[in-house]
Design a protein around this ligand. Sequence first.
Ligand SMILES: [Zn+2]
Ligand SMILES: [Zn+2]
Length: 343
Amino acid sequence: MTEFLVYGVGFFDWFVGRLYAIVNFFFYSGSRVYWLFLITSLFFAALSYRRYINNSTFKLREFMQFVVPKHIYFHPSAIVDYKLFIVNRFVRPVTALTAFVSTAAIGVYTGELLSSSFGTNWQGFEINVWTVLCFTLLYALASDFVTFLNHALHHKLSLLWPIHSLHHSAEVMMPLTVYRKHPIYGVIKFLIRAPLLGAVQGLTIFLFMGKVDPLTIIGVNMFHAVFLLAGSCLRHSHIWFSFGPILNYVLISPAHHQIHHSARIEHRDCNFGEVFAIWDYVFGTLILPSEDIRKNLVFGIALNAPQRHPTLTRAYLEPLQSVFHVARQYVRQIRKKPVFNKP
Ligand SMILES: [Zn+2]
Ligand SMILES: [Zn+2]
């Protein structure tokens, strides 16, 4: 809707463009449900099938029932996911923000600021395989930490939690659950990520003195590509897959994220990471996958909690009502506290 309102695109062109965007989601490599990621996830699903369902013979019908079970894909929670996925393509307030400010613009500004402050004699790092590899890794770590931070803040700040709780109220998970998000979530995520990532991009511009476009390092970020190809679509699914006892400390596997979605109180606020598990390890929020967790995994906000978002309308309205409620409580508390202590 933002292109329609901000850029003055004709309504019909805008509407057709949005319909095209829905279909294009499966053919665009920037999407989490890109066809290649779905196919590679199928490979990891086959490994899970062999391990937990049938390790002697491969039965296609049994495998398909395991991968796409009707009770999950037609569950009321999944129906809300489909609706949110479609309607969110039309309601994108974050696009309006990017019309005024972008991560790249902040990056260029930061780069110029650093150059004018410290770079009078600085010629920039030499470009070779090692410097580019080194900065690709550093950018991947910085970007992943910003994602971790944004996610952790949405869990820990009572004003942000209602917005993110929509993602966690999913009672069943399938690949489109990754898009079970309130439109406001995208805005907050952008406001947290853009300045921090812009600063990192600016630092890259400064360190290479413009000899390399940061996007050639950042755009083809192999760490993120590996993450997306390594069964990323199983994160939001019932199919359990982890990377093994050692890598589970380093990388976030589908099983890690499924534990993040667990309704059990002992799993609350864990595994915030996207690619690397090291941030959760450092901040003490890492819960490693185990057989016991796999067997008793239930998805949702809390065990036996009533569904707060049973319909698309409630999915859009309830988080806003809850934020308003929390904000009002804050204001009341501030009013109660005296500004100055009376003598
Ligand atoms: Zn979360
Ligand atoms: Zn999730």
